[in-house]
Design a protein around this ligand. Structure first.
Ligand code: ADP
Ligand code: MG
Ligand code: ZN
Length: 635
């Protein structure tokens, strides 16, 4: 499972020589320090009395001093017999003092007269301990430089072979990177994404074939999807399948390094990839460097911009004969700098979604391949109970279950291990909600309502897909895609849209007998839209063509600025009434569609509960027998 790990954390390259060397140096230093401390503890310095110079001279004059050693300005000496030299201290023979700075001409004759042994020493160069203490700041500084250097060299993922990161940094570009072991088989589900990426295998295996027929080489592919859906895995699997080296770099690592390093890392990475063509460059977490430029306040964004500009320059600099494929991954495609998405850069987009029930089961199967499973483990049931879990979550689940089994010394992983692991994962996160079966049914009814009304009303945008897989704050989603871009919004279209928005709630009331808080966002959006229809677009007969909006949109700030209200209380009431009328009418239309298509509703709800996600053909299959034209009559 290690090779699945994110770049930079893999164990393959991390135990290289320089890193070990560094650890040994720290360990040796600590040991030395301890040894010194121990030595000093065992041999305490004999107590030395510090005495004034005048006292020292009188001691000499009293004939009590045996010997003296002079070293620079320091004087040390021994008495002939122990004596109390300083009050409150034990008797000692050792004493120390200092010569006056200008020296003392009379000292040596005095010592000679009293037959004191005199030893003179050269001025101290410092003891070992002194040197060590003096060296500490320098050692720290050197350590810091080494550390930051190593961080920098870590920016290239662990795919350059096991030569250690420092050496790898120095040599990057001359060494052949490893081909990942991952294969498409390791990626379960994600069929759309897989088939789009699989096309590129052909190209990477034989780029010359494409060049011969004059086909333009694919250049940049952007993998988009929530965290843990297998973007990194898929990129590695592509390299593995095609048998080409994989050079990876992660956007988040650029934030902390020295200015200018990011851009030069990018340059080296692309240079290395060019030398090993055909090859893949993978930029993980592209959003952390690729945010829209110029939005940061003040400085501090230079590094990111330089890095981003270098990436753009490298991508633009490819000649058609250069077969380096650039892949990038992001979970925030919405904040990317538009320059990144231009033709010739990341112009191919591959979307990865959270897995549906069947896909979750398939992913679990991949990750239990090597586990000894007890017969009571039902992967299908397990997968069904984990909506909203990503591939990475499921890998963690399998891993956690295996750990539990190992801890209990059981030879096999049992159902209870999996259930305990799941509860553990659920507790650690608020994002993944444990959805109860009755809630799930309500969710299916709600989304089916949206889907049914969206497909039946003539003006509504065509359905793209409907899902009850929770994502973010939304428990489910019905996604419509307008057929072509709209610039003006006709009244009919808007009224249909209102009906679709309120259809989830209408379906809940019709099929379950009551409504729930699940329509919170729907009501909010519908009210906003209805208010705009009344107060801005003059679509209410009662209010007429009068601008009665209560706020002014400020497009450059992305928020609304409250404006002083310039209309009467009476007008405000009129607007409220008209808005309510629109909403009530829309809900009534939605209800009519739902009751008029009871059979189709049942089919949709059942299919949704079973599959969790329905695409357009699947929805149409459920609606068979209810062509749009007959629907109009019902409404
Ligand atoms: P992302 O890059 O989208 O955040 P990763 O590729 O890093 O996700 O996924 C992390 C791990 O989760 C993978 O290494 C793999 O073990 C597991 N995983 C994710 N998606 C899948 C999948 N579709 N099939 C099998 N394993 C998956
Ligand atoms: Mg990743
Ligand atoms: Zn809804």
């Amino acid at each position: 499972m290690n090779r699945d790990d994110a770049p930079g954390t893999g164990p393959d390259g991390s135990a290289g020589m320089p890193r070990d060397l560094w650890r040994w140096m720290v360990a040796a230093g600590l040991l030395g320090f301890l040894a010194i401390a121990w030595w000093q503890g065992m041999h305490p310095a004999p107590s030395v009395a510090a005495i004034p110079y005048s006292r020292f001279k009188s001691l000499v004059a009293e004939d009590t001093v045996k010997d003296v050693s002079l070293q620079g300005e320091s004087v040390r000496g021994t008495l002939k017999a122990p004596m109390v030299l300083a009050s409150g201290q034990p008797a000692t023979t050792e004493f120390s003092s200092y010569l006056p700075g200008f020296g003392d001409d009379q000292l040596l004759p005095l010592l000679a007269a009293h037959r004191v042994t005199v030893t003179a020493k050269p001025v101290a160069k410092g003891s070992f301990t002194d040197i060590l203490i003096a060296a500490i700041p320098w050692l720290l500084l050197a350590g810091f430089f080494y550390w930051s250097y190593r961080r920098t060299s870590q920016l290239v993922g662990g795919d350059l072979g096991g030569q250690g990161r420092l050496g790898e940094f120095l040599r990057s570009g001359t060494q052949r990177a490893a081909v990942p072991e991952a294969r498409f088989d390791d990626v379960a589900g994600q069929d759309n994404a897989k088939s789009e990426v699989a096309e590129l295998v052909q190209y990477l295996r034989d780029p010359a074939k494409f060049a011969r027929v004059g086909a333009s080489a694919p250049r940049g592919v952007l993998l988009m999807g929530p965290p843990g859906t297998g973007k990194t895995l898929l990129a590695r699997a592509l390299a593995g399948e095609a048998g080409v080296p994989f050079f990876s770099i992660s956007g988040s690592q650029f934030i902390e390094v020295f200015v200018g390093v990011g851009a030069s890392r990018v340059r080296n990475l692309f240079a290395a990839a060019r030398q090993n063509m055909p090859s893949i460059v993978f930029i993980d977490e592209l959003d952390s460097i690729g945010r829209t430029r110029g939005t940061g306040l003040g400085g501090g964004h230079d590094e990111r911009e330089q890095t981003l500009n270098q990436i753009l320059a490298e991508m633009d600099g490819f000649t058609p004969r250069e077969s380096v494929l650039v892949l990038a991954a992001t979970n925030r495609p919405d904040i990317l700098d538009p320059a990144l998405l231009r033709p010739g850069r990341f112009d191919r987009h591959v979307v990865l979604d959270l897995p549906s029930r069947a896909d979750r089961e398939a992913i679990l199967r991949v990750h239990v391949r090597k586990l000894p499973l007890a017969t009571d483990v039902d992967l299908a049931a397990l997968a069904a109970g984990m909506p909203g879990f990503s591939g990475a979550d499921l890998r963690n689940l399998a891993n956690e279950a295996a750990i539990l089994a190992a801890r209990a010394d059981r030879g096999v992983v049992t159902r209870l291990d999996f259930e305990e692991a799941r509860d553990k994962l659920l507790m650690g996160s608020v994002r993944r909600l444990a959805i109860q079966p009755d809630e799930r049914h309500r969710l299916a009814v709600h989304e089916s309502g949206h889907a049914l009304v969206a497909s039946c009303l003539p003006g509504a945008d065509p359905l793209h897909k409907v899902t009850i897989i929770p994502r973010g704050r939304a428990l489910g989603e019905t996604r419509q895609l307008p057929e072509n871009e709209r610039y003006t919004l006709p009244e009919d279209y808007l009224k249909d849209r209102l009906a679709v928005m309120l259809a989830g709630r209408a379906a809940e009331r019709q099929l379950l007998g009551n409504v729930s808080s699940g329509a919170d966002e729907d009501i909010r959006n519908a009210t906003r839209l209805a208010r705009a229809m009344v107060a801005r677009w003059g679509m209410s007969g009662e209010v007429g063509p009068m601008d009665l909006r209560d706020s002014e949109e400020a497009p450059f700030l992305g928020r609304e600025i409250a404006q002083p209200r310039v209309y009467s209380e009476h007008s405000a009431e009129q607007v409220d009434r008209a808005v309510r009328a629109l909403l009530v009418e829309a809900e009534a239309r939605a209800t009519a569609v739902v009751t008029g298509h009871a059979q189709q509703m049942q089919a949709l709800v059942a299919a949704l509960e079973d599959k969790e996600t329905l695409d357009r053909p699947a929805i149409e299959a459920c609606l068979a027998g209810a062509p749009r034209s007959t629907v109009a009559a019902v409404v």
